[in-house]
Design a protein around this ligand. Sequence first.
Ligand code: NAD
Length: 256
Amino acid sequence: RDSHRGRHVLVTGAARGIGRAIAEGFVRRGATVGLLDLRGEDVAAAQAELEGIGSGHVRGLVCDVSDYAALADALVRAEADAGAPFDTIVNNAGISPKHDGAAHRVWEMDPEEWRHVVDVNLTGHFNTIRVLTPAMREAGRGWIVNTASVAGKTYSPIVACHYAATKSAIIGFTKHLAAELGPWNIRVNALAPGRIATPMVAGVAAEINDAQVALTPMGRLGEPPEVADTALWLTSSEASFVTGQTIDVAGGYMMT
Ligand code: NAD
């Protein structure tokens, strides 16, 4: 129950969906959790819901993960407030424009939109890791969970090429970081969710989600707490020799 007591955890994109469930899991297991998301009122609402749950503590951080200077400032202030550096990062913030199954192909892609998706989904991961790994190395311990997708492992007709490219990049980035940071006892892994019932997919036409369920051997969408449990395991002592891995949480969807 208190497997993460004493940890200082950053969860990005924590106001809703998978990030919100991951943050809740850490709070229930006794951690101090920084809930980072874009909009102040969403962060305040998530913070109010999670305060008083379990034995952990929560602190809201309003920031865009793609803005390095603002992020570094927010994280330094959060560490000063908590009196401890972050030792655990869950990079979850991500966006998927054009997630509607229509044919948004590369020859139609707006270069600005491409850049924005790379900035949030890939550079956003780099930014938190760049800010927080110096202290992790000094401490000689750390836990990092990144967020890829099954769409980063294999072709998925319902996402656009920018999303697929960033999620594939996260898988390679995760392996590379595991090798760089392993000597300092910092483990780096990634999640590859399949279709999970969150606001990101709620906006999509029902027939698209039905088609995804039809491709899922377990015959249903996943629930955010099922992804959260995998993040909790990866950052626990039970996964003490697991690093550089990308774990599908997908009910058997497109096993690759
Ligand atoms: P969601 O859209 O429901 O929630 C994402 C959260 O991230 C939102 O609260 C949003 O405000 C925040 N966010 C977006 N851009 C941000 C930024 N620049 N800075 C800070 N916060 C930002 O999404 P979700 O379905 O919970 O997905 C979470 C992660 O899981 C994403 O990386 C997504 O790509 C990945 N994923 C989701 C699914 C799925 O089926 N839901 C499948 C595979 C992978």
